[in-house]
Design a protein around this ligand. Structure first.
Ligand code: 2U9
Length: 354
């Protein structure tokens, strides 16, 4: 029995040195020290021993167990240390490597242009207003003095959703909403007059056009509205001159040609001196020296009246511009559809200014 135990101990210690992973080590433990292991089997054999032999062999079994356990602990510590060292070696970080670059998207050229226009008007004391793209016929046409028989109200020109719901054809209903909200707020506060207004309304609008190089059924507009006491045409000209100079260059001049819109009277189309030739005449401005940038006018008294502003007390001016047309000229983009096909080869050229 004694020889058997010593042989077992020797064999176990010999095997222990061959275990090269924590997993193998645990298997070794089960084989020699586990419940179904060899040492437990030896212990079970003690029942056949005489009463004198039993304590001697029992003490020996315990001695063997203790020496195997301590050998196990030593080997386990050694393997854990080796594994940790291996992991540290493998996970070494070279702090001198250059960082990986993170691909950055770019601002859409239309978004970029709208932000630029917003910045200019914010600097002039305007606020930015937004509203829904699905509007009522009343907000889009009726309240803006567009008569029932006007061609814009034809099914051929406007996307109607129901008889009196439509996709807005301009952002003017946003301004109408702001005016009416001000009138309502004044009433709530018991004031006799609504607050003056100085807003721009950028956003997507819809027209029932066939898409081609210069037309899109959906496009972006920026409109502006100022309503206050004593607002005159010269205020309009001053604001638009400042805008044109900040947008297109500090020596730019503007001119106003008479025009017609149902919601403004008088109405005007506004040209800026050609950014390409400075006004001398070239291919870009078709030898005129001028480029049309927007439409504008004094708000029609009917429009003020319908919104609840007394046209005897208040006057105002309004203007509207097509964002794509300005962006196409500024960035030399020849087909409006490029803005909506979003080819990254084109879009990635418009890196954000920040
Ligand atoms: C209210 C009163 C008046 C908005 C205006 C224009 C002139 C204009 C066009 C330019 C090219 C639209 O993008 S475009 O097709 N717009 O010329 N828009 S005045 O007048 C308003 C708006 C709101 C309450």
């Amino acid at each position: 029995m004694k020889e058997q135990l010593m042989a077992l101990k020797e064999q176990a210690l010999e095997k222990l040195t061959q275990q090269s992973s924590l997993h193998q080590l645990n298997e070794w433990k089960a084989t020699y020290l586990g419940k179904k292991g060899e040492l437990t089997a030896a212990l079970r054999g003690m029942k056949d021993l005489s009463a004198e032999e039993r304590p001697i062999v029992g003490a020996l079994v315990n001695e063997v167990r203790e020496s195997l356990e301590s050998a196990f602990d030593g080997q386990e510590a050694e393997l854990k240390r080796a594994e940790r060292e291996k992991r540290l070696r493998e996970e070494t970080i070279d702090v001198t490597l250059p960082g990986r670059s993170i691909p950055l998207g770019s601002e859409h050229p239309l978004t970029r242009l709208i932000r630029e226009v917003e910045e200019i008007f914010l600097g002039l004391g305007f606020q930015v207003a937004e509203g829904p793209e699905v509007e009522t016929d009343y907000n889009n046409f009726e309240a803006l003095n567009v008569p029932r028989n006007h061609p814009a109200r034809d099914m051929q020109d406007t996307f109607y959703i129901t008889e009196d719901m439509l996709l807005r054809t301009h952002t003017s209903p946003v301004q109408g909403r702001v005016l009416r909200a001000n009138v309502e707020a004044a009433k709530q506060r018991g004031e006799t007059s609504p607050q003056p207004v100085r807003i721009i309304a950028p956003g997507r609008v819809y027209r029932r056009d066939d898409d081609d190089a210069t037309h899109s059924h959906a496009f972006m507009q920026i409109e502006g509205l100022v309503v206050d006491r004593h607002i005159r045409m010269s205020d309009l000209k001053g604001i638009l001159t400042t805008f044109a100079q900040q947008m297109f260059g500090h020596d730019v001049a503007i001119r106003m040609r008479p025009s017609y819109f149902p919601f403004t009277e008088p109405s005007t189309e506004v040209d800026a001196t050609c950014y390409s030739c400075g006004g001398d005449g070239c291919r870009v401005c078709k030898q005129t020296g001028w480029i049309e940038i927007l439409g504008a006018g004094m708000v029609h008294p009917n429009v003020l009246e319908m919104a609840g502003y007394d046209p005897e007390e208040f006057t105002g001016f309004a203007f509207g511009m097509g964002v794509e047309r300005i962006a196409m000229r500024r960035y030399g983009i020849e087909d409006i559809r490029h803005f909506y096909t979003n080819d990254v080869r084109l879009m990635s050229q418009f890196k954000s200014r920040v």
